[in-house]
Design a protein around this ligand. Structure first.
Ligand SMILES: [Zn+2]
Ligand SMILES: [Zn+2]
Length: 468
């Protein structure tokens, strides 16, 4: 069946252009000057007048069902990908987990087991290595060669859970340099943070805000810098810093990029908008909703302005959500009386497209840059391009019609994520996702979901196409 999306303005990384888009089956087959597409009986027509026509967004950082802190992230692949779809995201890259002592391939098989048959949109995986040894290094080759997994996340934080020491990190980077993979880094100095956490708890500082105060930006900047230099020793192994939140960490990335290094970073909507004082410091235990790592930063420093600027200058290349939702009841509440026991994570997979469009309205991002940071660059960065991330002949027909005149009000009453609260409760922002198409099928329209569980497919990834 063919569909003609008519009368809209197509937005891509090079700008905006009025054009009609012809879809045949699961694929975009042609782009026409307005009104120049096939006439008469033929394709079904979707009227996109007054709408932006953008590539389905790619969220390169989600954690569906992640086991963490004695519980699991509250969205399953079913609930999480459905919410993502309604919000205009048509591909996620989730993190399969190898826990310390586990066989890498077993961790991957477990993730295929969770996701298979449950996703509403297409999905891919990164692999978390919970410890680097000879077996894990061999597994990296196998995953790159045969499993479509070309990026590996390591942790400089969470000693005893996911932590890798510098020697392990260097070995994984050397391996990645050989096989072409990307190393993704959770860059916070975990052992130093653990000292500060212990000292805070000994002083009786137990409220959620101390989660942020015991993870100062210096320890994010130091780890970011260390990761960058370790990657340099590994012959410029491609390095991607996840969830960058702090100005001083951004400075490290910027300096490396100015040297022409293959160093990249993402940030997340929470760091662009929310703060240590206003959210994490909310009265009582309320701040637990915003406990995530890296933490929200102080509004009295220039983090948010610096991150927006980093997005403009491409020192920050991608905006992902780090979607890792936990309910307050029975989950976040595990940390009542001890902030260090609050499960870390915020759920935003449904809202990223809208939250970043607000940046366009506020004059902080161009339309082209909006699409680039939420769709095109993540697809290029992680080997999904040009199948995903662009409106072009031959690409998957993952398309969002976006209404720039609509408004989105965010609330736990109306969101589709499996959470008993929203980190964005009451926010009313410009723009609205109107229609979402995934591989040629309309799966959401006017806020109504029309897709189905299990239609999403696993997408094996190629190597990054974003290296310098
Ligand atoms: Zn992380
Ligand atoms: Zn994460």
């Amino acid at each position: 069946m063919s569909i003609l999306i008519k009368g809209g303005t197509v937005i891509g990384p090079t700008g905006a252009q009025p054009a009609d888009v012809l879809v045949d089956g699961e694929t975009i087959v042609a782009i026409f000057a307005p009104g120049k597409g096939p006439e008469g009986p033929g394709p079904e027509v979707i009227d996109a007048t007054g709408k932006y026509v953008i590539p389905g967004a790619v969220d390169a950082h989600t954690h569906m069902e992640l086991p963490f802190g004695g519980t699991h992230a509250s969205d399953t692949f079913d609930t999480g990908t459905r919410a993502a779809a309604i919000g205009g995201t048509t591909t996620i890259i989730d993190f399969a987990v190898q826990r310390t002592g586990e066989v890498v391939q077993d961790g991957l098989a477990a993730w295929h087991g969770k996701a298979g048959g449950n996703c509403h949109i297409d999905y891919a995986f990164h692999m978390i290595l919970g410890g680097v040894d000879d077996d894990a290094l061999k597994a990296m080759d196998q995953l790159v060669a045969s499993e479509g997994i070309t990026s590996f996340k390591l942790f400089m934080a969470y000693p005893g859970v996911f932590y890798s020491d510098d020697g392990q990190i260097l070995r994984a980077m050397q391996k990645a340099r050989e096989n072409g993979a990307m190393i993704m880094m959770h860059a916070e100095n975990g052992p130093a943070i653990d000292v500060l956490v212990k000292q805070a708890l000994e002083r009786g500082e137990t409220d959620p805000i101390y989660h942020g105060l015991t993870r100062p930006q210096e320890l994010e900047a130091e780890a970011t810098s260390r990761a960058i230099w370790l990657a340099s020793v590994a012959a410029d192994c491609p390095l991607y810093i996840v969830h960058l939140s702090a100005s001083k960490a951004l400075e490290q990335v910027k300096a490396a990029r100015d040297l022409g290094r293959n160093v990249f970073a993402e940030t997340c909507p929470q760091y662009l908008y929310l703060t240590l004082e206003d959210q994490l410091g909310a009265p009582g235990f309320e701040g637990a909703k915003w406990v995530c790592s890296t933490p929200l930063r102080s509004k009295h420093e220039s983090h948010r302005a610096d991150l927006w600027q980093g997005l403009r200058t491409n020192d920050l290349s991608v905006v992902s959500t780090d979607h890792c939702p936990f309910c307050m009841k029975d989950q976040k509440e595990l940390g009542l009386g001890d902030f260090s026991k609050i499960p870390n994570g915020i759920g935003s997979v449904e809202h990223r497209v809208d939250l970043l469009y607000q940046g366009v309205v506020d004059g902080k991002l161009s339309l082209a840059r909006w699409v680039e940071t939420i769709a095109t660059t993540p697809a290029r960065m992680f080997g999904l391009y040009p199948k995903k991330g662009i409106i072009a002949p031959g690409s998957d027909a993952d398309i969002v019609l976006y209404d720039p005149n609509g408004r989105t009000r965010i609330s736990v009453e109306t969101h589709h994520m499996n959470m008993d609260h929203s980190a964005w409760e009451g926010w009313e922002i410009a723009g609205k996702v109107d229609t979402v198409m995934s591989r040629g099928e309309v799966i959401a329209s006017g806020g109504e979901y029309t897709g189905r569980k299990g239609r999403g497919k696993y997408v094996p990834r190629a190597l990054s196409e974003y290296l310098v």
